[in-house]
Design a protein around this ligand. Structure first.
Ligand SMILES: [Zn+2]
Length: 211
Protein backbone atom coordinates (compact mmCIF):
# COMPACT_ATOMS: atom_id res chain seq x y z
CA UNK A 1 0.00 0.00 0.00
CA UNK A 2 1.36 3.41 -1.04
CA UNK A 3 1.18 6.75 0.77
CA UNK A 4 -1.51 9.15 -0.47
CA UNK A 5 -0.55 11.88 -2.91
CA UNK A 6 -2.21 15.14 -3.90
CA UNK A 7 -3.79 13.28 -6.82
CA UNK A 8 -5.19 10.39 -4.78
CA UNK A 9 -6.41 12.71 -1.99
CA UNK A 10 -8.23 14.98 -4.43
CA UNK A 11 -10.24 12.08 -5.88
CA UNK A 12 -11.35 10.76 -2.47
CA UNK A 13 -14.94 11.59 -1.47
CA UNK A 14 -16.05 11.76 2.19
CA UNK A 15 -17.87 8.44 1.66
CA UNK A 16 -14.73 6.84 0.22
CA UNK A 17 -12.66 8.12 3.16
CA UNK A 18 -15.12 6.47 5.56
CA UNK A 19 -14.90 3.28 3.51
CA UNK A 20 -11.08 3.29 3.85
CA UNK A 21 -11.37 3.39 7.64
CA UNK A 22 -14.07 0.71 7.73
CA UNK A 23 -11.94 -1.57 5.56
CA UNK A 24 -8.88 -0.79 7.69
CA UNK A 25 -10.63 -1.81 10.91
CA UNK A 26 -11.84 -5.00 9.19
CA UNK A 27 -8.24 -5.83 8.31
CA UNK A 28 -7.17 -5.02 11.88
CA UNK A 29 -9.69 -7.35 13.55
CA UNK A 30 -8.94 -10.11 11.04
CA UNK A 31 -5.19 -9.69 11.53
CA UNK A 32 -4.76 -8.99 7.81
CA UNK A 33 -2.57 -5.89 7.97
CA UNK A 34 -2.01 -4.26 4.59
CA UNK A 35 1.45 -4.74 3.19
CA UNK A 36 3.23 -1.41 3.71
CA UNK A 37 6.85 -0.43 3.68
CA UNK A 38 6.88 2.38 6.25
CA UNK A 39 10.40 3.44 5.31
CA UNK A 40 9.31 3.73 1.69
CA UNK A 41 6.37 5.83 2.93
CA UNK A 42 8.81 8.11 4.76
CA UNK A 43 10.48 8.70 1.44
CA UNK A 44 7.19 9.11 -0.45
CA UNK A 45 5.90 11.73 2.02
CA UNK A 46 9.13 13.71 2.39
CA UNK A 47 7.79 16.64 0.35
CA UNK A 48 4.34 16.77 1.94
CA UNK A 49 1.28 14.95 3.27
CA UNK A 50 -2.20 14.42 1.90
CA UNK A 51 -4.13 12.61 4.65
CA UNK A 52 -7.75 11.71 3.86
CA UNK A 53 -9.16 11.83 7.41
CA UNK A 54 -8.91 13.52 10.80
CA UNK A 55 -9.45 11.18 13.74
CA UNK A 56 -10.06 12.52 17.24
CA UNK A 57 -9.47 9.76 19.76
CA UNK A 58 -8.62 9.27 23.42
CA UNK A 59 -5.01 9.12 24.65
CA UNK A 60 -5.80 5.56 25.80
CA UNK A 61 -2.86 3.35 24.82
CA UNK A 62 -5.25 0.94 23.13
CA UNK A 63 -6.87 3.43 20.74
CA UNK A 64 -4.17 4.53 18.31
CA UNK A 65 -6.02 5.48 15.12
CA UNK A 66 -3.20 4.33 12.83
CA UNK A 67 -3.19 0.86 14.39
CA UNK A 68 -6.90 0.17 14.78
CA UNK A 69 -7.69 1.47 11.26
CA UNK A 70 -4.57 -0.14 9.76
CA UNK A 71 -3.22 3.08 8.25
CA UNK A 72 0.29 4.15 7.36
CA UNK A 73 2.29 7.37 7.23
CA UNK A 74 0.52 10.31 5.66
CA UNK A 75 -2.96 8.74 5.90
CA UNK A 76 -4.65 10.35 8.91
CA UNK A 77 -4.34 13.41 11.11
CA UNK A 78 -4.46 11.96 14.58
CA UNK A 79 -5.72 14.24 17.36
CA UNK A 80 -5.70 12.78 20.84
CA UNK A 81 -6.91 13.99 24.19
CA UNK A 82 -8.14 12.04 27.22
CA UNK A 83 -11.87 11.63 26.70
CA UNK A 84 -11.87 12.66 23.00
CA UNK A 85 -13.65 16.01 23.33
CA UNK A 86 -12.99 19.26 21.49
CA UNK A 87 -11.69 22.63 22.60
CA UNK A 88 -10.63 25.65 20.56
CA UNK A 89 -7.13 24.32 19.81
CA UNK A 90 -8.46 20.94 18.75
CA UNK A 91 -11.04 22.64 16.51
CA UNK A 92 -8.14 24.63 15.04
CA UNK A 93 -6.31 21.39 14.31
CA UNK A 94 -9.43 20.02 12.60
CA UNK A 95 -9.83 23.20 10.53
CA UNK A 96 -6.21 22.82 9.46
CA UNK A 97 -6.71 19.14 8.60
CA UNK A 98 -9.80 19.70 6.47
CA UNK A 99 -9.72 23.26 5.20
CA UNK A 100 -5.97 23.68 4.66
CA UNK A 101 -4.66 20.15 4.16
CA UNK A 102 -7.65 18.68 2.30
CA UNK A 103 -8.93 15.86 4.51
CA UNK A 104 -12.47 14.68 3.72
CA UNK A 105 -13.63 13.13 6.96
CA UNK A 106 -13.67 13.88 10.68
CA UNK A 107 -14.14 10.92 13.02
CA UNK A 108 -14.82 11.37 16.71
CA UNK A 109 -13.83 8.03 18.20
CA UNK A 110 -14.91 7.09 21.70
CA UNK A 111 -14.07 3.78 23.33
CA UNK A 112 -15.35 1.40 25.95
CA UNK A 113 -13.93 1.43 29.49
CA UNK A 114 -12.55 4.97 29.03
CA UNK A 115 -10.49 6.04 32.06
CA UNK A 116 -11.13 9.74 31.45
CA UNK A 117 -14.88 9.19 31.49
CA UNK A 118 -14.56 6.99 34.59
CA UNK A 119 -12.65 9.89 36.15
CA UNK A 120 -15.49 12.21 35.17
CA UNK A 121 -17.97 9.97 36.95
CA UNK A 122 -15.73 9.78 40.04
CA UNK A 123 -14.74 13.47 39.92
CA UNK A 124 -15.67 14.04 43.55
CA UNK A 125 -13.02 11.56 44.70
CA UNK A 126 -10.29 13.09 42.52
CA UNK A 127 -10.95 16.60 43.78
CA UNK A 128 -8.56 17.67 46.51
CA UNK A 129 -5.79 15.35 45.31
CA UNK A 130 -3.81 18.28 43.96
CA UNK A 131 -4.29 17.55 40.26
CA UNK A 132 -5.87 20.80 39.19
CA UNK A 133 -5.29 20.22 35.51
CA UNK A 134 -6.76 16.73 35.56
CA UNK A 135 -9.72 18.11 37.47
CA UNK A 136 -10.18 20.74 34.80
CA UNK A 137 -10.19 18.03 32.15
CA UNK A 138 -12.65 15.67 33.79
CA UNK A 139 -15.02 18.48 34.74
CA UNK A 140 -15.62 18.83 31.01
CA UNK A 141 -17.90 15.77 31.21
CA UNK A 142 -20.13 17.14 34.00
CA UNK A 143 -22.84 18.71 31.82
CA UNK A 144 -23.12 15.50 29.78
CA UNK A 145 -23.30 13.34 32.92
CA UNK A 146 -25.96 15.63 34.41
CA UNK A 147 -27.92 15.33 31.15
CA UNK A 148 -28.01 11.56 31.01
CA UNK A 149 -27.99 10.42 34.64
CA UNK A 150 -31.36 9.19 35.81
CA UNK A 151 -32.98 10.10 39.09
CA UNK A 152 -31.44 8.12 41.96
CA UNK A 153 -28.93 6.51 39.59
CA UNK A 154 -25.49 5.88 41.11
CA UNK A 155 -22.86 8.32 39.82
CA UNK A 156 -19.79 6.08 39.78
CA UNK A 157 -17.37 4.49 37.33
CA UNK A 158 -18.65 1.17 38.67
CA UNK A 159 -22.03 1.89 37.06
CA UNK A 160 -21.24 0.30 33.69
CA UNK A 161 -24.57 1.24 32.10
CA UNK A 162 -23.95 4.93 32.88
CA UNK A 163 -20.35 4.70 31.63
CA UNK A 164 -21.53 3.18 28.36
CA UNK A 165 -24.21 5.84 27.83
CA UNK A 166 -21.71 8.56 28.75
CA UNK A 167 -19.23 7.31 26.14
CA UNK A 168 -21.79 7.47 23.33
CA UNK A 169 -23.26 10.79 24.46
CA UNK A 170 -19.78 12.27 24.78
CA UNK A 171 -19.08 11.41 21.12
CA UNK A 172 -22.39 12.95 20.01
CA UNK A 173 -21.70 16.01 22.11
CA UNK A 174 -18.23 16.48 20.55
CA UNK A 175 -19.80 16.33 17.08
CA UNK A 176 -22.38 18.95 18.09
CA UNK A 177 -19.58 21.13 19.46
CA UNK A 178 -17.65 20.87 16.19
CA UNK A 179 -20.69 22.09 14.23
CA UNK A 180 -21.56 24.80 16.76
CA UNK A 181 -18.06 26.13 17.37
CA UNK A 182 -16.51 25.95 13.90
CA UNK A 183 -18.43 27.64 11.12
CA UNK A 184 -15.64 26.56 8.75
CA UNK A 185 -16.21 22.87 9.43
CA UNK A 186 -19.99 23.26 9.55
CA UNK A 187 -19.91 24.90 6.11
CA UNK A 188 -17.57 22.28 4.63
CA UNK A 189 -20.00 19.64 5.85
CA UNK A 190 -23.04 21.50 4.47
CA UNK A 191 -21.30 21.77 1.09
CA UNK A 192 -20.67 18.02 1.09
CA UNK A 193 -16.89 18.51 1.10
CA UNK A 194 -16.43 16.67 4.40
CA UNK A 195 -18.36 14.26 6.58
CA UNK A 196 -18.35 14.32 10.40
CA UNK A 197 -19.06 10.95 11.99
CA UNK A 198 -18.94 9.30 15.40
CA UNK A 199 -17.65 5.86 16.25
CA UNK A 200 -16.98 3.62 19.21
CA UNK A 201 -13.98 1.33 19.68
CA UNK A 202 -14.46 -1.79 21.77
CA UNK A 203 -11.25 -2.44 23.73
CA UNK A 204 -12.26 -6.07 24.21
CA UNK A 205 -12.72 -6.97 20.55
CA UNK A 206 -10.89 -4.34 18.50
CA UNK A 207 -14.09 -3.64 16.57
CA UNK A 208 -15.12 -0.10 15.64
CA UNK A 209 -18.88 0.48 15.52
CA UNK A 210 -20.10 3.51 13.57
CA UNK A 211 -22.75 5.67 15.22
ZN1 LIG B 1 -10.29 6.96 27.09
Amino acid sequence: MKAHTYETQSTITPEKALEFLKEGNQRFVNNLKANRDLLEQVNATREGQWPFAVVLSCIDSRTSAELIFDQGLGDVFSIRIAGNFVNQDILGSMEFGCNVAGSKLIVVLGHTKCGALKGGLDAAQIEGMGMDNLNHLINHFNPIINDIIEENEERSSKNSSLLERLNLQNVRSAIEDIRKQSSTLKNLEAEGKIKIVGANYDVETGVVTWL
